[in-house]
Design a protein around this ligand. Structure first.
Ligand SMILES: [Ca+2]
Ligand SMILES: [Ca+2]
Length: 137
């Protein structure tokens, strides 16, 4: 974890840089696909879904502590990713939905820079790092 400053533009330029964004998504996907069968099961997605929930708390959404309620939230998040409802999330579904979430987040942030505690190798961290390297080009 480290604290970074980012705003909507940081995320937006990252998502629009298709090479950088696709690369990060693929890296993330391979990491989550622990049985290496090329798709993400609910169990494999759970870790990612939990980290998305952590992000939501930054935007003032109430966190339910009731485990049943949380399971329901994760179920719904998984369904969002699983566009064709076949019970697994493939690379295209994963990328499309992560893109939507990043764009929604960029929208929510707007132009006001905020401080966020980011995990190493998270998508947001990649966005920040991409921006700071491109400053020196
Ligand atoms: Ca898998
Ligand atoms: Ca699917």
């Amino acid at each position: 974890m480290s604290v970074q400053v980012l705003d909507g533009a940081t995320i937006l330029s990252f998502v629009e840089d298709d090479e950088a964004f696709t690369g990060s998504i693929q890296e993330r996907f391979v990491l989550l696909d622990t049985d290496h069968n090329g798709v993400l099961s609910y169990a494999e997605m759970l870790k990612e879904l939990q980290s998305l929930r952590v992000l939501e708390t930054h935007f003032g959404i109430d966190v339910e502590t009731d485990p049943d309620e949380l399971t329901h939230v994760y179920d719904n998040l998984f369904l969002l990713f699983d566009h064709d409802s076949n019970g697994t999330v493939d690379m295209d579904e994963f990328k499309a939905e992560m893109k939507q979430m990043m764009l929604a987040m960029a929208d929510g942030l707007g132009f006001l820079p905020v401080q966020m505690a980011l995990k190493e190798n998270s998508l947001l961290m990649n966005a920040v790092q991409r921006e700071s390297t491109s400053l020196f080009k």
